[in-house]
Design a protein around this ligand. Sequence first.
Ligand code: UTP
Length: 416
Amino acid sequence: MDSGSVQTMTYQDAYRKLEEYGQLHVLKYYDELNEEQKAQLLQQVEDTDFSVLQYVEHKDAALEIKEISPIAAMELDEVEARREEFTQIGLDAVRQGKVAAVLLAGGMGTRLGSDDPKCMYDIGLTHPVYIMQRLVENLMDVVKAAGAYVPFFIMTSDKNHDKTVSFMEKMNYFGYDPSKIWFFKQEMAPAADYSGKVYMEEKYRISTSPNGNGGWFLSMKRCGLIDKVHELGIEWLNTFAVDNVLQRIADPVFVGATIASGCASGAKTVRKADRDERVGVICLADGRPSIIEYYEMTPELLDAKNEKGDPAYNFGVIMNYLFREKDLERIVDEVLPVHIVEKKIPCLDENGNPVSPEQPNGYKFEQLVLDMVRELDTCLPVEVDRAKEFAPIKNKTGVDSVESARELCRQNGIEL
Ligand code: UTP
């Protein structure tokens, strides 16, 4: 139970709520629990939003049919031609304290398979080089160029908060100014089996997982950090993923290009490696900037060409977005779509013994930052050189892995 929270739900209330959502199995072990565990379980039932479970039955209904059309990206040659102009605008904004970095690091990183938060993963070969260290080093490049610190917000979840915070303390924030760093936790969502029944991770605890990277702004608002954003005069929030070790953060060129465009958001994109690369591409859906997932791409869309004869949907997002804060305020109450993701969920077996599955065994429910782009009216996709800026670590080996990221670091002169 959260310290300080007051539990008001009685057993009867919990029974009624669970019955409504078809989840009475949550109380299966109730009589075996001690008083503290009973209180914890009732509190969790009170706090949990079971309404997301409805999406298991209406999985396909969640995917609305949209009219897809291309969006013009600012391509590398144009970025190069205007590099100085954009750099100046971006550096000025950073110097004036208008740009903050928001690291979305609440994910579980199950594919990488480490017990520690992903940011603590050491990709070094001859000496330790932690993922977080790479991110801070990249951000420091901008701090040095601007001569000003970039306020740095770090989102964690219940599952990895304490370890992330103590790791940063232990590592002395990798040289970053700790007074410019703020941690906050995202919300959790229940995890369920394929029929929509929530799993139990203990006899007194429903399995939960972080609710996706889309709730970051709401979480910042709920914990009062948006007040801090206002107090500091921050106008732009640059959200980015933990796992790209070549990630350029608060990149003045990207910031400058987005500001100069007058758009409410910007998205860093890379030219797709090939037609079938598994990456979400930026487009217009019913006239609004949107990201279409690779599995939603039809053969017609994959083969469509623009007037230059290039593939019309050729720019994949790399989870590095710039949002104008005042526009986020406007959409904060909009409900983002819920995505159902198949994952490995630690749970109790039918005899009440804990198991860690080797294979996916159910669903998690996530809202995604990419859907925020659609809520805003305008977005500038900016192409970046993938060989210099895109080295995601999702897996231990193979595609988007520790191995591939190490090779990309090597090519960029980063000693590991
Ligand atoms: P991923 O989609 O790779 O998910 O996250 P994940 O949970 O970290 O990893 P797998 O799928 O279990 O292997 C992309 C980015 O979004 C963040 C992650 O930390 C990463 O930076 N994220 C993801 C959150 O901040 N919260 C979430 O609930 C999920």
